[in-house]
Write a new protein. Structure first.
Length: 245
């Protein structure tokens, strides 16, 4: 595993954007696995700046997102499709027909998961998967469990995840309680994985995920088994990791 320790969030975001840029330049029709949440916003902002300067061309890039809330339409301002459009896709020259997010409005959970696994398979897998890291070790919406999930699944969100997401909704009752998420198996099949972390609140889970035992109770710990993982973080998020390495 390669680790890049930046002094702050801005520099961590710039480092992550550099890695994504290199992937796009090396393989113009690459498949990017994209993540939502507050952590990658700075990375996406940097990619937009380089695109606007003429340094990047996303016209042939394909993207497959990690997850989507079940029950939220794409035009809901809290859906992950809306997030991706707002924070990246609307500002670059990617063809939105080549951008994929689970269908949150598909009522048949088995069909939604089966369809998304087929999308991943039909695109030949993911070249570079970007991940955030939840405070409980979740990646995507793969929550702590008794076993690692292989394919796309419909998950019931834990109370800690629901509480963490509540700040984005008018009330706790409005927070979705389920989500469709790419499975651990699909994530692990990506050729390269990059985890972006920021802030002292992530320091302990970073240590547990990358230096602790491999267990489905800390889903991100499975990344220790992948042959090409990059961990990008600021000094605060990597403090406990750096202390123990």
């Amino acid at each position: 595993m390669r680790v890049y320790c930046a002094k702050d969030y801005y520099h961590a975001s710039r480092t992550a954007a550099n890695i994504i840029s290199a992937q796009v330049i090396m393989k113009q029709d690459c498949v990017l696995g994209l993540a939502t949440g507050s952590t990658p916003i700075g990375t996406y902002e940097q990619l937009i700046k380089w695109y606007e300067k003429g340094d990047l061309d996303f016209s042939k890039v394909r993207s497959i997102n990690l997850d989507e809330y079940r029950g939220l339409p794409a035009d809901n301002d809290q859906s992950y499709r809306y997030f991706m459009n707002t924070h990246l896709f609307d500002s670059i020259n990617i063809d939105k027909k080549n951008t994929f997010v689970p269908d949150g409005m598909e009522p048949d959970a088995e069909k939604a998961c089966r369809d998304y696994d087929e999308i991943i398979r039909s695109h030949g897998g993911i070249d570079l998967q970007i991940l955030g890291l939840g405070h409980n070790g979740h990646i995507g919406f793969n929550e702590p469990a008794s076993a690692f999930a292989k394919g796309t699944q419909c998950v019931k969100l834990t109370e800690s995840t629901i509480s963490a997401n509540a700040r984005f909704f008018e009330s706790m009752d409005d927070v979705p309680k389920e989500a469709y998420t790419m499975g651990i198996g699909s994530i692990m099949q990506a050729k390269k994985i990059m985890v972006i972390v920021s802030g002292e609140g992530k320091a302990e889970i970073v240590r547990r995920a990358f230096l602790g035992p491999i267990t489905p109770e800390v889903p991100a710990s499975v990344l220790q088994l992948h042959s090409d993982v990059i961990l990008v973080g600021d000094e605060a998020a990597l403090a406990e990791y750096n202390k123990d390495v």
